[in-house]
Design a protein around this ligand. Structure first.
Ligand SMILES: *Cc1c(COP(=O)(O)O)cnc(C)c1O
Length: 390
């Protein structure tokens, strides 16, 4: 029998849900106000406070994908312009650019940090470039000094994909506060969860005001204000918007998740350091240590399985972990590995060799604060057995 195959399945990225969220969801149900209302307003205030922003600088939406799309539209970039992003990201970053009528352009990553390389951004700039969309991969901040200098030099918008980076700081500032917009995710596997959910943050309050209108059909007043006890108010549709608002039911979860964000971060840091210590002598690639003057959000712990060094292929490693009842993830196969982008843009993975190689070797290990010490040791034993025999 395979060692561990009799154990319960360890679900990758399973969130830690506690009684406070359960009680708040029940209270929300009992109030019968399920849609966008007082709990979303509170979650927005709490999130703004956590990020050091004013409540007028944040807008809750129903996903980070929605946040990215609305930010692209609200940034007012003319159709057909180019937006530079990383090939080492979730497809949503690229799809949001396409849905806004813009053209994605990829710039390869630094192989040590897996983050977009500022030199590659410079090299990708053309007269049509209007924005940069950096992704703080795994929760490690991109080199924002260099990226903002490029943006200033070429007069570009910056939209930060902060799906992994709620707790991230760079030189004393929170990720998401450097660019024009920051886009956060509260998807079920992220560091703060609402099931599905997202947040847009913005430097400029006018940008956020427009994002809020765009996220609710382009209507000038939201339903909470329309259907409250202040009497009926007509709304006006001022542009063709989307249906991207967050529900109070989602915010009910997020309020209490956010209240525990630091405690959960500490637990993930402990697990991260235990993995690092346990894996130092294995022939696998490990995450680079966080850079000085930065804070890593520890969203993903990724190892690199190079078949030539480990004697096992990455995909065989994934299968073997699964046989040991341990869920893993792949973040990410590089964007140009997918047929849609190959067909539409003519991209080939080889054009971004660092992202291609990382995407073909990477494995994300469980890093949830829900993991017990015994779970962590189980993961370590499995990785050591599978990757250590060489
Ligand atoms: C999860 C994720 C998204 C999308 O977030 P949703 O809230 O699921 O829409 C976007 N970008 C990155 C890098 C992500 O990891």
């Amino acid at each position: 029998m395979i060692k561990g195959s009799d154990q319960p399945f360890l679900i990758f990225g399973s969130p830690l849900i506690e009684q406070a969220e359960i009680d708040e969801v029940a209270a929300c149900m009992e109030s019968a106000w399920l849609g966008t209302g007082p709990r979303v307003a509170r979650f927005e205030r709490d999130f703004a406070a956590y990020q050091g922003l004013q409540p007028s600088q944040v807008a809750a939406v129903n996903s980070c994908t929605a946040a990215l799309h609305v930010s692209m539209v609200a940034s007012g970039i003319e159709a057909g312009s180019e937006v530079i992003t990383t090939p080492m990201t979730f497809c949503a970053s690229v799809n949001a650019i396409i849905h806004a009528g813009l053209t994605p352009v990829l710039a390869d990553v630094d192989p040590a940090t897996q983050n977009i390389d500022p030199a590659a951004i410079e090299a990708a700039i053309t007269p049509r470039t209007r924005a940069i969309l950096p992704v703080h991969f795994a929760g490690r901040p991109c080199k924002m000094d260099a990226i903002m200098a490029i943006a200033r030099k070429h007069d570009l918008m910056v939209i930060e994909d902060c799906a992994h980076a709620i707790e991230t700081t760079y030189h004393g500032r929170k990720a998401g506060t450097f660019g024009d917009f920051g886009c956060f995710s509260f998807y079920a596997t992220k560091n703060v969860v609402t099931g599905e959910g997202g947040m847009i943050t913005g430097r400029d309050e006018a940008h956020i005001a427009r994002a809020k209108v765009l996220a609710l059909h382009g209507m000038s007043k939201d339903a909470w204000h329309r259907f409250g006890d202040q009497g009926y108010k007509h709304y006006q549709v001022v542009e063709a918007g989307f249906k991207y608002n967050m529900m109070d039911l989602q915010a009910a979860i997020g309020i209490h998740q956010l209240a525990r964000v630091e405690r959960n971060w500490q637990r993930r840091e402990t697990i991260w350091n235990r993995y690092l210590e346990a894996f130092t002598d294995l022939p696998i690639g490990l995450p680079a240590p966080p850079a000085p003057g930065t804070r890593h959000a520890y969203h993903l712990f990724t190892i690199m399985i190079d078949e030539a060094r480990c004697g096992i292929s990455r995909d065989a490693f994934l299968d073997a972990m699964n046989a040991r009842r341990i869920g893993t993830g792949v973040h990410y196969l590089s964007v140009p590995e997918h047929p849609y982008y190959q067909q539409r843009h003519g991209w080939k993975p080889e054009q971004w060799p660092n992202a291609m190689r990382l995407g073909r070797q990477t494995v994300s290990l469980p890093l949830s604060p829900k993991l017990t010490d015994a779970d962590v040791e189980r993961v370590i034993a499995a990785v050591s057995a599978l990757a250590g025999g060489c």
